[in-house]
Design a protein around this ligand. Structure first.
Ligand SMILES: Nc1ncnc2c1ncn2[C@@H]1O[C@H](COP(=O)(O)OP(=O)(O)O)[C@@H](O)[C@H]1O
Ligand SMILES: [Mg+2]
Length: 218
């Protein structure tokens, strides 16, 4: 693995229940500081790939190295810890806790990582333009606002890698622009981003596009 790569996949395949390969001998690398889009039609394996990168799932075969760690050698508990410390996840379905405020949702991520810090959590929400929404519940926020809470939550522990699955999939045009401008800033600050999208225009904002078809890189 070259010193500059943050992610390296070698011959990664994933079979669900012995069916056709959701991922079929996938190889690729992501350099530190790079912004990569993963594109491809529905069912091509994009979410499967992101779940494997985010340690939510394991491949059937092949090897994955993230930040110098071989994920196959880690126990389930070590993977959870590694994910909390290394990776910031942004989902299309926001997965906010419905009975916690915006601020508390971000503080919960801090708590799982180390220690909750209200001032720091409020700062993260300020950064995504939500300083007036700290005490709102997810149900009291628009889709765009909820997605920005998710971004604040993903960033709060300074992850080395940011993974986003269709981050603008549920947003109107105005919020899509806001979210993409935040991701663009993150990239310019030196963060590494891997983003799944089926939207060509969004995909092209990255430095490089990896295209999947039937679980293969094309
Ligand atoms: N949990 C699962 N169990 C069985 N098959 C699955 C599961 N998740 C995805 N698949 C199958 O794997 C393939 C890739 O799915 P997915 O990674 O979700 O694609 P994409 O995100 O590109 O739409 C599809 O054929 C899908 O039906
Ligand atoms: Mg998907």
């Amino acid at each position: 693995m070259s010193a500059a790569s943050l992610i390296e996949l070698r011959d990664v395949s994933k079979y669900y229940d012995g069916n056709v390969a959701a991922l079929d001998h996938v190889n690729f690398e992501v350099a530190k500081g790079e912004w990569v889009s993963i594109m491809g039609p529905s069912g091509s394996g994009k979410t499967t790939l992101l779940n494997i990168l985010s340690c939510l799932d394991r491949p059937t075969s092949g090897s994955i190295t993230v930040a110098g760690m071989d994920l196959a050698e880690m126990t389930a508990a070590e993977l959870v810890r590694f994910r909390r410390e290394t990776i910031g996840l942004i989902f299309q379905q926001f997965h906010l806790i419905p009975y916690l405020s915006a601020l508390e949702n971000v503080m919960l991520a801090q708590y799982f990582h180390s220690m909750a810090d209200e001032a720091e959590a409020a700062d993260a929400l300020r950064r995504v333009g939500l300083e007036d929404r700290l005490r709102h519940l997810p149900s009291q926020l628009s889709g765009g606002e909820q997605q920005r809470v998710c971004i604040a939550r993903a960033l709060i522990n300074q992850p080395r890698l940011i993974l986003a699955d269709e981050p603008t999939g549920n947003l109107d045009h105005e919020n899509e622009e806001r979210v993409m401008s935040i991701l663009n800033d993150l990239h310019r600050e030196g963060n590494t981003l891997v983003m799944v999208t089926h939207d060509q225009e969004i995909g092209e904002m990255a430095q490089r596009i990896v295209r999947l078809k039937h679980g293969r890189v094309v």
